[in-house]
Design a binder for this molecule. Structure first.
Ligand SMILES: Nc1ncnc2c1ncn2[C@@H]1O[C@H](COP(=O)(O)OP(=O)(O)OP(=O)(O)O)[C@@H](O)[C@H]1O
Length: 283
């Protein structure tokens, strides 16, 4: 039987308390489980307020932090068994990350195309300049840009939205099957947010890439998610089909979350989304 794309199996993460003599442990993530099907690309959203454990969970999925309980398998392989450089590179070519602030992801003194060439060489094994250029141009076209537009340009010459699209292009260079996007639009102008959000849809529908979309923003979550989990103090308090969960939330936290969005006039406008058009039943 074909393994799942991802299995997060009863995963927990406890941090040792800060301070030399501190014995207090911080349980950032508690017993979280979910799976992504390899044959059904989807946008799977992890939503929750600040400090609910979203980024900690993301870093375990990206294998940059180890769970203190439970296990994570990618395409059937336990991430704890990925040790050699070769295995790490192979994993990273299949699972890519997009972070919150695109300006942090690029060195201001380095032209952005260099990052794409490096990705083409390291993750896609493109040995010649021509092969790298073709690969990079192809990835840039998928996000609505081209090598000609981007070549030799520095991060400060780009808008946040453009730079985030370049970050997505960099992630696409290796043809990943999973992208973990941690608050990818929260630092981008509202007017450009939807371009990036719609790109995730395109990646799912046209390229078959699954996206783990991490956010505290209910409106964009509602717009693009297939399934979601809602986290509170490290635990999953609600999970399921995005439309069902957000249209009829059951847990007090998800009810509060929904009310918070609906009570703030213009909250939907801030995202560039039309709440009525998306889901009239939320009103
Ligand atoms: N390295 C660490 N050492 C100790 N505690 C940590 C560490 N990293 C995170 N935490 C704690 O774990 C909890 C979850 O943090 P996390 O960053 O995963 O939350 P989050 O939902 O991503 O929040 P935000 O939306 O603000 O990024 C928080 O209470 C945080 O203070």
């Amino acid at each position: 039987m074909k393994p799942n794309l991802l299995d997060v199996d009863n995963v927990s993460k406890t941090f040792a308390g800060r301070g030399l003599f501190s014995r207090r442990m911080k349980r950032a993530v508690r017993n979280v489980s979910f799976s992504l099907d390899a044959d059904r690309p989807e946008v799977f959203t992890i939503i929750g307020e600040s400090g609910s454990g979203k980024s900690t969970l993301a870093s375990m999925i990206l294998n940059t932090a180890r769970p203190t309980g439970g296990s994570i398998r990618f395409e059937g392989r336990d991430l704890a068994h990925i040790r050699s450089r070769r295995d790490r590179v192979a994993f990273m070519s299949r699972v890519q990350a997009i972070f919150q602030n695109p300006f942090d992801a690029f060195n201001p003194l380095k032209p952005v195309d260099r990052y794409l060439y490096t990705a083409a060489e390291v993750f896609s094994g493109c040995r010649t300049k021509e092969a790298r250029e073709t690969r990079v141009d192809d990835a840039l076209h998928k996000v609505g840009l081209s090598l000609a537009e981007v070549s030799g340009r520095f991060p400060h010459e780009m808008s946040g939205g453009q730079l985030q699209r370049i970050a997505i292009a960099r992630a696409l260079v290796s043809s990943p099957s999973l992208i973990v996007a941690d608050e990818p639009v929260s630092m981008i102008d509202a007017s450009l947010r939807m371009t990036v959000i719609n790109l995730f849809r395109m990646l799912r529908d046209d390229l078959g890439v699954s996206i783990i979309y991490i956010t505290h923003d209910l409106a964009t979550a509602y717009y693009i998610s297939d399934r979601l989990i809602i986290m509170q103090t490290g635990e999953v308090v609600e999970a399921g089909d995005a439309r069902q969960v957000l249209a009829a939330p059951r847990h007090p936290y998800s009810i509060r979350l929904r009310e918070a969005v609906l009570s703030v006039d213009g909250a939907w406008r801030g995202t560039g989304l039309d709440a009525e058009a998306i889901q009239p039943s939320l009103r």
